[in-house]
Design a protein around this ligand. Structure first.
Ligand code: SF4
Length: 332
């Protein structure tokens, strides 16, 4: 019998798994070269969690002690009824933090409604400030649209962090420096993400990794030394630094060169209803057939608890174990 009054979902390594990243859709309005192939196809609607199924699962996870939720994709802003979904999640007992990671392309219209619906914060993906390179890296995107979205988010009062995936030979030099330079004039956090080899583009990704130490050296060469913050304590997955006299800070998410699995507190829910225990492993449990064939909330909690308990310790990239799903199907 499961008792979930003051719940905590522990894995067998005694890690408290209380953060759920939810992929709202596998679709995207960009085709970033390090994320998916240009000819990507997407799942039919009936294979995707419907709104009431998603809200039910958020209620179930919240009853189990999950209190931090992040909405991802593909591109989450492509999800229909998005603001109603955000409102529903916000109103779910136990949901303490509700954030979103977006490419920002449609934020100009959506920032205010998302804020009003109860969204707490945004991470906006900007891999370069150079318009030509932005179009090349995203295949279809215009940096002007993202910037307009960022400005709209500021006006709406949504706290912002900027995510940048660093790709060798593409944006690992002056582009990375340009992004860091923003922190002299803005209190933003720029989060540099090491490419992680997965899915159909994993060979390209593996060749494109820029280790954290190399990237930090590149930035300091141009902008001066940076101080380690909080004694190296991670902010989520990021090791934090600040350039001298900067308002903002620089975060390094280095799953490949400096794994942070010991402190992992995450699980993922894919758009097609799979509970993914580790971003970089194929271990997943399909909740969809149970959701659609009469499982009770208690049944679902039992299944989730059992899978969380068997969460892998960490990734196997060092042994060249690569997950088969594309990043776009998981949402990072
Ligand atoms: S690789 Fe897996 S175990 Fe490690 S931090 Fe990421 S999700 Fe957690």
């Amino acid at each position: 019998m499961l008792l979930y009054s003051s719940a905590m979902a522990l894995d067998r390594f005694n890690r408290n798994i209380h953060y759920l990243r939810i992929s709202l859709t596998d679709m995207c309005n960009l085709r970033c070269v390090y994320c998916m192939p240009e000819d990507m196809t997407f799942r039919p609607r009936e294979e995707i969690l419907q709104d009431e199924e998603l809200l039910r699962l958020v209620r179930v996870f919240a009853r189990m002690g999950f209190d931090k939720f992040r909405l991802t994709g593909g591109e989450p802003t492509l999800r229909e009824n998005l603001t109603a979904l955000v409102r529903g999640m916000r109103d779910t007992p136990g949901v303490r933090e509700l954030a979103m990671t977006t490419n920002g392309i449609t934020l100009k219209q959506l920032a205010r409604p998302l804020k009003d619906a109860g969204l707490d914060r945004l991470n906006i993906s900007i891999d370069t400030l150079n318009p030509d390179k932005f179009r090349r890296l995203t295949r279809w995107g215009r940096i002007e649209d993202v910037w307009a979205g960022l400005e709209a988010s500021k006006r709406a009062g949504l706290p912002i962090k900027i995510n940048a995936v660093i790709v060798r030979g593409q944006n690992d030099r002056e582009d990375a420096v340009d992004l860091a330079r923003l922190t002299f004039d803005h209190p933003w956090q720029i989060r540099y993400i090491e490419v992680m080899p997965m899915g159909r583009v994993s060979d390209f990704q593996k060749s494109a990794i820029v280790p954290e130490d190399e990237l930090r050296a590149t930035i300091s060469e141009a902008l001066g030394p940076m101080d380690l913050l909080d004694g190296g304590k991670l902010d989520g997955e990021a090791r934090m630094f600040r350039l001298k006299n900067a308002q903002g800070s620089l975060g390094f998410i280095s799953a490949v060169s400096k794994p942070f699995c010991a402190g992992c507190n995450r699980a993922r829910l894919t758009a097609d209803g799979r509970l993914l225990l580790c971003l970089l492993r194929d271990k997943e449990f399909n909740l969809m057939p149970h959701l659609r064939n009469g499982a009770t909330d208690e049944d679902l909690m039992e299944m989730i608890e059992d899978n969380i308990w068997h969460k892998p310790w960490g990734h196997g990239l060092a042994q060249d174990i690569r997950p088969t799903r594309n990043m776009s199907e998981i949402g990072g």
